[in-house]
Design a protein around this ligand. Structure first.
Ligand code: ARG
Length: 267
């Protein structure tokens, strides 16, 4: 009974925190009369492509919610800084760090050497791998077998990179979408032979899609393990240190494990 209450309290707290995170007013200008605003902790603007459940998505109340959101909110609380989340399309999301529109990105972003040249990443916080989503009736057993078949990917994701490398970047069979759910919807509607995307998202979609006409397969020969990181502008060591310090605390005090359990079930 007590455990149940605790769980409910955690959920409520989580919701409240996400609620705070969702507001978009800039901090520090809430004083009437134009006198010098009281000193307030800087609020970092976080970009996330919130079409990627269960990591980040927009709920019925138009709030940005998900594993990444709760994780970064907890990291910020423990790390002693403030964050506000802004829905940011994946296409161009990395540019927003460079031009200062966003201070932090958390968006199920795979840490890659290529990306590391353009931005700095926190400690890895989640392991992932590409999956191949297929119609239930498909006989495909590997990425190789998708040669000459229509494959959907989200533009500029690691799934896009792998498929482009394998079948050629300009191969007309590679169909690129703005979001992963759009690609999966097209697969569901019969317009594609397969979708290649991150396991967590494919899993979530296939589990919840209404006609239940999709399945997925692994292909460990074609896909390596990937690790998600939180990104900051290249050289922003001060912020990166705060994030890593907060992350360390969130792991040590069990918050991280609780979130993994809440979103992905027992490990
Ligand atoms: N992990 C993949 C990548 O980094 C896909 C991430 C897409 N994330 C999102 N929120 N749309 O390329």
């Amino acid at each position: 009974k007590v455990k149940g209450l605790m769980f409910a309290a955690t959920l409520l707290l989580g919701t409240a925190l996400v609620g705070c995170g969702g507001k978009t007013e800039p901090a520090g200008n809430n004083q009437a009369g134009g006198s010098t605003p009281a000193p307030q902790a800087k609020e970092y603007v976080v970009g996330t492509d919130a079409a990627y459940a269960p990591f980040e998505s927009v709920n019925d109340k138009k709030e940005i919610v998900g594993f990444d959101i709760e994780l970064l909110q907890a990291i910020a609380d423990k790390g002693g800084f403030k964050v506000t989340f802004k829905n940011t399309p994946w296409d161009g999301i990395f540019e927003t760090l460079k031009n200062g529109d966003r201070d932090i990105l958390i968006s199920a972003i795979t840490i890659t050497d290529k990306r590391k040249a353009d931005m700095d990443f926190s400690e890895k916080y989640f392991e992932a791998q590409q999956l191949i989503a297929l119609p239930q009736s498909s006989t495909v057993k590997s990425l190789d077998e998708l040669k000459d078949k229509k494959i959907g990917v989200q533009t500029g994701t690691t799934g896009d990179e792998i498929v482009s490398e394998k079948f050629g970047k300009t191969n007309p069979n590679i169909v690129r979408f703005d979001t992963t759910p759009l690609a999966l919807k097209e697969l569901e509607n019969g317009g594609l032979a397969a979708v290649v995307a991150d396991n967590g998202v494919v899993n979530n979609y296939v589990k919840n899609n209404a006609p239940k006409n999709l399945k997925f397969i692994e292909d460990n020969k074609s896909f390596e393990k990937e690790y998600y990181g939180i990104a900051v502008k290249k050289g922003n060591k001060e912020l990166l240190d705060k994030i890593n310090a907060g992350f360390k605390k969130v792991k040590e005090d069990g918050t991280y494990d609780k979130l993994v359990e809440k979103y992905f079930g027992k490990k």
